[in-house]
Design a protein around this ligand. Structure first.
Ligand SMILES: [Zn+2]
Length: 384
């Protein structure tokens, strides 16, 4: 019997040049004072400033550098004073920062009151300020997810602020904003998007809606990622990756993830490495560990058939097996020269803490088969 829920942004606006619709969206939301959360450098800023000048609303800017920490969110909340709309324009870190600021601006108390794992994990009492999320990378899908990943610098771990209320009011996805992304960022964010289509598809929480979205997203990622990496101004490839990223976000928000993301949270806090770079390194290793564990312990498990279907979509060969898909991903990762985790300072002494925290991570619970400590350590040994 099938039963599921599906939730996404209130409105998704997708297409090259759609950034031009921002002033109209601000008008529709009757905003008088807007907080613009953005990264330090974005090629879109001059265009954005021009578009915002058409809007009658007053604009306050708040810049986010690197991954959002608890203190960054606290400062953002001060900047949001008397604002009635938040716009986030940037990569996943910036979008998550904006999402958290929009959520907490209407709720009393401190960030830590609401943060899971390291905080008190309270539920939001009031609906957030409306939030318009505009991604400038094609990877995280944060524009359609209901959580914001925040770093606790005290505990050296990344955790989520999570609420169904946190789904953005508008996800405005304009592939033109990704044309100038350099190849290494295209690769790591693109492999995050690919991971976010593979993990929900084999997740124990997969449902027919997320399955359909994952199949379509995988189709676009398979045809676009290498092309976008080789030629950033390939418009069709950039559009394909923007779709893959959006669909990955929709899938993970409704079907959860797996061991790659189970590792990425704790490792991100320990190593201060970009999320996409960690996922890129871990994806083929986790796929292999999952396939080995499934074949050894549960050879009739439906996830094996799903891995084969992934392989068929990625390779375009209807006879491809699960192992062919693994090979396809491995080749792509090696073409992209993805860095080993030792580059980010990881050593064997970090393994036990990393494994312990991974086993507690929310994402890890979606993995098709529970991996044991030994299997997780083997993955890390290959990754450093
Ligand atoms: Zn991810």
């Amino acid at each position: 019997m099938i039963s599921f829920e599906f939730a996404t942004a209130n409105r998704i606006i997708f297409g090259a040049g759609k950034l031009n619709e921002l002033a109209k969206q601000i008008g529709e939301l009757s905003a008088k004072r807007v907080l613009l959360v953005r990264g330090y450098s974005s090629d879109a800023i001059p265009r954005l400033t021009e578009i915002l000048s058409e809007s009658a609303a007053a604009i306050t800017e708040f810049q986010v550098h690197g991954e959002p920490t608890v203190d960054v969110i606290r400062n953002g909340l001060q900047a949001a004073y008397e604002c009635d709309l938040v716009i986030g324009l940037g990569g996943g870190s910036v979008l998550d920062a904006g999402k958290a600021i929009a959520a907490l601006a209407t709720n009393p108390g401190d960030v830590l009151d609401y943060l899971e794992v390291v905080g008190r994990g309270r539920a939001l009492i009031n609906a957030p300020l409306p939030y318009i999320a505009i991604p400038t990378t094609a990877g995280t899908g944060s524009e359609v997810t209901r959580n914001a990943v925040i770093e606790s610098t005290e505990k050296n771990v990344k955790v989520s602020l999570r609420s169904a209320w946190m789904l953005p009011r508008v996800a405005l996805v304009d592939p033109e904003l990704t044309y100038t992304l350099p190849p290494p960022i295209t690769a790591s964010t693109g492999l995050d998007a690919l991971t976010q289509l593979i993990e929900p598809f084999v997740s124990i929480k997969a449902n027919p809606t997320t399955d359909a979205i994952c199949r379509e997203g995988l189709f676009h990622a398979a045809r676009s990622l290498l092309r976008a990496y080789k030629n950033g101004s390939d418009k069709e490839a950039r559009e394909g990756m923007a779709l893959a990223s959006l669909f990955g976000g929709m899938a993970l928000a409704n079907a959860s993830l797996g061991a790659v993301h189970g590792f990425a949270g704790p490792l991100g806090g320990m190593l201060h490495a970009p999320h996409g770079a960690l996922c890129a390194r871990l994806l083929p290793l986790v796929m292999e560990a999952n396939l080995n564990a499934l074949e050894a312990r549960q050879p009739d498990h439906p996830a094996i058939v799903r891995y084969a279907e992934i392989a068929q979509i990625l390779t375009g060969d209807e006879n491809a097996t699960a192992r062919d898909g693994l090979e396809w991903v491995r080749n792509l990762v090696s073409t992209f020269h993805v860095a080993a985790l030792s580059v980010y300072g990881m050593s064997k002494t970090d393994f036990s803490a990393a494994v312990e925290n991974t086993m507690k991570a929310n994402s890890f619970k979606g993995n098709p088969i529970p991996l044991n400590e030994e299997e997780l350590i083997t993955i890390l040994e290959q990754a450093i």
